[in-house]
Design a protein around this ligand. Structure first.
Ligand SMILES: [Zn+2]
Ligand SMILES: [Zn+2]
Length: 340
């Protein structure tokens, strides 16, 4: 599914087309793609809310596939290994950020399905150092949402300083939130969910939230940690007011509307912290996959055929997907179960 010109997803900008199979360069492996989860960032790329880097472009950065060809000099994987590909696909390895465990802040980053072709396709190539081994605990469709929604949500959870057994508030209940909530529950935490969507509140309660409501004001307790997944700056003061003393608010979005003026005493004093989240490190990815496999996390997925990518993204944009949408290479001939 190839993007030749940026445009609103309502105009079906992705075209189902035959293109030459990509060949792995030195240090890269090629995957036969089994599935690729969709992400809001794909919408930002397609609609040019992120400055375009490459056209034509095959989007998609939550790819699960099987290694079918090795580029020169590779050594990490063998043909037939099942691997995942995420958003981050290059860092310099030498700057002050890379050398201090903060490659998520590297200036030379490159991203899958943005600077390079991604996983809305039958084949994809990736530098082997940026591929992940997928734990056996997951079938292909369940693994795909972990690769961005899971990893970025995991970093947001780390940045929120949640203690085991603590109280966590989650604002917005999409793909990331419903994955990260399962980790918080496993750590013995009480989870409170604030979201306007009735279906999202229902899913949150079904999955184990102790409370779900429409506004922060209605939340019955103060919490130790909070994560805002919704891109709405207006939620920041509201979330801070519901933080207990010493609590931390983490802002998970790549984009957020302006934050309104706020009152120091009711929003920030008593050592409440606000922290942003920028992408992730490969270490975050490995940690998330390991912890997710232990639980094991069960993402709520809706599957679409690869050729239905425009429809899937339209559903995502108008909030019609509960959990995560996953594009499946069709016909689907692996041992994995489908979750229609
Ligand atoms: Zn760097
Ligand atoms: Zn993403």
């Amino acid at each position: 599914m190839i993007l030749r010109h940026n445009g609103p997803i309502e105009t079906d900008p992705l075209e189902f087309a035959e293109v030459p199979e990509p060949q792995p360069a030195a240090g890269q492996v090629r995957l036969k793609v089994r599935c690729c989860a969709i992400c809001r960032t794909d919408l930002h790329v397609i609609e040019a809310e992120l400055p375009p880097q490459k056209l034509p472009l095959i989007p998609g950065h939550q790819i699960v596939g099987v290694v079918d060809r090795l580029g020169p000099g590779t050594r990490r994987f063998a043909i037939g290994d099942r691997v995942g590909v995420a958003w981050l696909r290059h860092t310099c390895g030498q700057c002050a950020f890379c050398t201090t465990g903060r490659e998520n802040l590297c200036e030379s980053q490159r991203f899958t399905g943005y600077h390079a072709d991604g996983g809305y396709a039958e084949y994809a190539v990736v530098p082997e150092d940026f591929a992940y081994t997928i734990p056996d605990a997951f079938d292909d469709v369940a693994a795909a949402p972990l690769l961005c929604a899971g990893i970025v949500g995991y970093r947001a959870l780390k940045r929120a300083n949640l203690i085991d057994g603590g109280k966590l508030a989650i604002f917005g209940f999409g793909s990331s939130a419903h994955i990260i909530m399962q980790i918080a529950l496993r750590r013995g935490c009480d989870v409170y969910v604030v979201t306007r969507g009735g279906a999202h509140r229902e899913l949150a309660l079904k999955m184990g939230a102790v409370w779900a409501g429409e506004t922060a004001r209605q939340m019955p307790v103060k919490v130790d940690s909070a994560i805002i997944f919704a891109p709405a700056g207006a939620l920041v003061p509201a979330a801070l007011e519901r933080l207990d003393k010493g609590g931390t608010l983490s802002l998970a979005g790549i984009y957020m509307t302006d934050i309104p003026e706020m009152d120091y005493e009711s929003c920030l004093f008593y050592e409440r912290d606000v922290r942003s989240v920028t992408a992730n490190t490969r270490r975050d990815g490995r940690e998330l996959l390991a912890e997710a496999a232990k639980i094991p996390i069960r993402p709520h997925t809706t599957t679409y055929r690869l050729s239905e990518a425009n429809a899937a993204l339209n559903d995502l944009k108008s909030d019609r997907i509960n959990g995560t949408g996953v594009l499946v290479a069709w016909p689907f001939n692996s041992s994995s179960k489908l979750h229609f």
